[in-house]
Design a protein around this ligand. Structure first.
Ligand SMILES: CC(C)(COP(=O)(O)OP(=O)(O)OC[C@H]1O[C@@H](n2cnc3c(N)ncnc32)[C@H](O)[C@@H]1OP(=O)(O)O)[C@@H](O)C(=O)NCCC(=O)NCCS
Length: 252
């Protein structure tokens, strides 16, 4: 488990190493002034997508989410937030098209309620976050989305722990799926993960092969109370740092 420390993503383009993995946690509840500043950095496609959201609260959160994402990435890429360009994979995964020093820079983002996570690394990665809450019909969803082994691990727990274990399993699998840029329903079955609370987060098999799991790193992220997060990336020996983005630092 990696607890967050406060800080800011300051000019990381030079000092961000090949094995570094940074996760930024931010609050999407932004003041009107900050939202206006964030909006100025968005591209026309982002504004159009946000404009199509029906609820004002969703439009505000989406504006803050993309604004904060651009702010964080601009520090790593060495490019002003408004000038960052994204390309999208076949299942919608955004990637940066360039960084100032030409070194590859990967990111992934997830949001739940007012919690935003932005993960940055030098290899393709995936991140997810979910609010922990009681889920009455978790078994119905798990039967479709989880492996028999994952299902058994959750069922073996006392009833009061099963919703949290279900959500933990979901975030771990979704982080893996997002790392490879696929979709939940098309690729959830590819990854089997550890679920039991107190045991380390681990990929147990990939495409049915336990041997392939050794090439994956999976991290359980300790965030704010009542939220659980996960980060997945291929390879081992990463140096993970989790930080909280302070509102005053999130200027654009
Ligand atoms: C990607 C996906 C897992 C996200 O799940 P979610 O719980 O709704 O959202 P999260 O908060 O975890 O993540 C959202 C962020 O993930 C990123 N993202 C989008 N698609 C992604 C993908 N395929 N892989 C990785 N990351 C993706 C985006 O940055 C997005 O942020 P944005 O909303 O600000 O643009 C889910 O929407 C999915 O399965 N999509 C695939 C759809 C598909 O298969 N399309 C095929 C083409 S028809």
């Amino acid at each position: 488990m990696v607890p967050p420390v406060p800080g800011r993503p300051r000019s990381h383009s030079a000092g961000f190493g090949r094995r570094d993995l940074h996760v930024w946690k931010a609050d999407l509840d932004a003041s009107p002034g900050r939202l206006a500043r964030f909006e100025q950095t968005l591209g026309p496609d982002e504004r159009a997508r946000i404009g199509r959201l029906r609820a004002e609260a969703d439009r505000r959160r989406a504006t803050a989410s993309r604004g904060l994402l651009r702010h964080v990435l601009s520090e790593y890429a060495g490019i002003p937030a408004a000038e960052l360009r994204f390309a999208y994979g076949p299942a919608g995964k955004p990637e940066l098209t360039e960084s100032a020093d030409g070194a590859s820079l990967y990111f992934n983002t997830a949001h739940s309620g007012d919690v935003l996570l932005v993960a940055v690394g030098r290899a393709s990665l995936g991140v997810d976050v979910e609010r922990v809450r009681p889920i009455a019909r978790w078994e119905r969803v798990a039967r479709r989305a989880f492996s028999e082994n994952e299902m058994r691990q959750i069922q073996a727990l006392p009833p009061e722990l099963r919703s949290e274990a279900f959500i933990t399993c979901w975030t771990r699998k979704e982080a893996c799926v997002k790392a490879v840029g696929e979709g939940v329903w098309s690729a959830f079955g590819r990854f089997e993960v550890s679920v039991t609370p107190g045991q380390p987060a681990k990929v147990l098999s990939v495409d049915g092969a336990p041997a392939l799991a050794a090439d994956w790193s999976l991290y359980h992220l300790e965030l704010v109370p009542h939220f659980v997060g996960a980060l997945a990336i291929r390879g081992t020996g990463w140096q993970l740092r989790v930080s909280t983005l302070r509102p005053a630092e999130a200027r654009t």
